[in-house]
Design a protein around this ligand. Structure first.
Ligand SMILES: Nc1ncnc2c1ncn2[C@@H]1O[C@H](COP(=O)(O)OP(=O)(O)OP(=O)(O)O)[C@@H](O)[C@H]1O
Length: 226
């Protein structure tokens, strides 16, 4: 599903955020990416979403070498990816419902089906009651959950999330991770960048550890308390 082959990313500033990174993720896996602040986690996710391009090496997604994707091909690649970012990038002048509906509107889904799916996604993140609210009136954690609902609503084959539980308390963080795991159980590939080692330990999924842009570990912890 995902293949990084000797990927190096050097920003225009000259800073090398990723160095000679190689790994593979099978379709249907759920994987955490962790490491210190500045280790390169966000950069890794941005390469998959074609927000950034590698300086050397190649990134492949679903058998397609993304290095060969031209500008006009980018929306098609992104339609296959649900993205949750740290700054959830919600439209502040639209309702929660409209924000979550956006990917389905773009896909041209009929209105009734859209409403059904949006409510199912909001229900999953515990925000069904807030569908008419504007994001500005919600707490940081609630806004985060609207972003998550929007990422999963179109059921993309790949979900990538950058610190999706950053603003959430431990209970809610666990619930969100369980939601991601459910998403994996129905066949999606899930890649989550996080600092939260407790959460990683609890989930018992594969972990990639970055240190100054290098992959220093790739392991699966035993599940605790299972
Ligand atoms: N657009 C950019 N231009 C120059 N340097 C950048 C850019 N984006 C990121 N960097 C640098 O690349 C390094 C890796 O950043 P990245 O955001 O990938 O790390 P991260 O592991 O996600 O960190 P955090 O956990 O703090 O979000 C950092 O030192 C950062 O300052």
């Amino acid at each position: 599903m995902i293949r990084f082959d000797q990927v190096t990313k050097r920003y225009d500033s000259g800073y090398e955020a990723l160095h000679d990174l190689s790994f593979e993720i099978e379709a249907g896996e759920m994987v955490f990416v962790t490491g210190h602040s500045g280790a390169g986690k966000s950069t890794l996710l941005k390469l998959l979403a074609l927000i950034e391009r590698p300086t050397r090496g190649s990134v492949a997604l679903a058998g397609q070498n993304l290095n060969q994707t031209r500008r006009r091909g980018i929306p098609r690649v992104r339609r296959g990816i649900g993205m949750v970012f740290q700054d959830h990038r919600l439209l502040m002048d639209r309702s929660v419902f409209e924000n979550v509906a956006m990917p389905l509107l773009i896909a041209g889904l009929p209105r009734e089906e859209t409403a059904k799916r949006v409510r199912a996604a909001l229900d999953k993140v515990g925000l069904l009651e807030r569908e008419k609210a504007t994001p500005i009136t919600l707490s940081g954690g609630e806004q985060q959950r609207v972003g998550i609902a929007r990422a999963i609503v179109a059921k993309p084959p790949l979900l990538i999330a950058d610190e999706p539980t950053g603003n959430l308390d431990p209970k809610l963080s666990t619930e969100i991770m369980e939601l991601f795991a459910e998403f994996q159980q129905v066949g999606a590939t899930v890649l989550v960048a996080t600092h939260d080692l407790h959460l990683i330990r609890r989930m018992g999924k594969r972990v990639l550890v970055l240190d100054h842009g290098r992959l220093i570990d790739d392991f699966r912890p035993p599940v605790v308390g299972a």
